[in-house]
Ligand binder design. Structure first.
Ligand SMILES: Cc1cc2nc3c(=O)[nH]c(=O)nc-3n(C[C@H](O)[C@H](O)[C@H](O)COP(=O)(O)OP(=O)(O)OC[C@H]3O[C@@H](n4cnc5c(N)ncnc54)[C@H](O)[C@@H]3O)c2cc1C
Length: 216
């Protein structure tokens, strides 16, 4: 906010500036099944829901007397940006802790964490050597990394990718992209880009109206 206030020093004194700082929401790019079958991490409520879902599945699997379904305790994360990569490592840690707390009745082969990424390397926005180091670190903790895999559909049982076939995962997280909220797309005739972000100048004033600022 301090940054935004500083910009106002150059603004005409009679204007009441309006600052948009409404954040982003998950972008499912209209891909079939994502809304219905994936979990999101946009808000604290969604993060808590994911936490509950994950623990419920683990406890159920631990108590289950019949064999586990193929994807029952497999977790697939769409998107190997910072969120997906960090989440995969945290989940690995959480699974280890569950075993320490006594949930050791789950066969190891039934538990798997997979990250699915459309780009040719994970953390595509960062330098290649960081992607490589992170890939190696994930490999050491048995997180499966599938790059060059573009998800085309999500079902109850897993993700389908352009490589064909289903990646079994009853726990699916979508962390493959964001967009600005849809209501910004048409707001006050301001210029927006293809993901609804307001286009701004270096001063953070919107391009078509200097009374509106945008930050975030
Ligand atoms: C899982 C996860 C992990 C992350 N980890 C990190 C990290 O470790 N380090 C880091 O730097 N960044 C991290 N980020 C990114 C960071 O959270 C965002 O970059 C940052 O929150 C963006 O700030 P913001 O103020 O633009 O938007 P937000 O923090 O999203 O704030 C926008 C607020 O506006 C409200 N709002 C929306 N629409 C309206 C409306 N119409 N009217 C009124 N209010 C509205 C929203 O409810 C929200 O409270 C992470 C993000 C995620 C999802």
């Amino acid at each position: 906010m301090l940054m935004a206030l500083n910009i106002f020093h150059g603004a005409p004194s009679n204007m009441t500036p309006l600052v948009f700082a409404v954040g982003s929401i998950t972008n499912d790019f209209g891909i079939k099944g994502i809304k219905d079958h994936c979990m999101f991490l946009d808000t604290r409520v969604e993060a808590d829901l994911f936490h509950q879902h994950f623990f419920r599945n683990a406890y159920t699997a631990h108590a289950q007397t019949t064999g586990l379904r193929e994807g029952q305790l497999k977790i697939a994360i769409a998107g190997a940006g910072a969120t997906g990569v960090e989440l995969s490592a945290e989940l690995h840690e959480a699974i280890n802790q569950l075993v320490e707390f006594g949930l050791d009745g789950i066969p190891k082969e039934n538990v798997k964490i997979t990250i699915i990424e459309a780009a040719e390397r994970i953390l595509p926005a960062l330098p290649p050597d960081l992607s490589e180091k992170t890939t190696n670190a994930l490999s050491k903790i048995d997180v499966e990394v599938l790059t060059n895999h573009r998800i085309s559909e999500a079902t109850e049982l897993g993700y389908v990718t352009d490589k064909g076939g289903l990646i079994p995962s009853e726990i699916k997280v979508w962390a493959a992209g964001i967009k600005a909220p849809d209501f910004l797309a048409e707001i006050a005739g301001l210029e927006t880009n293809r993901i609804n972000q307001l286009v701004v100048k270096e001063t953070l004033e919107t391009t078509r109206d200097e009374e509106y600022f945008c930050i975030g």
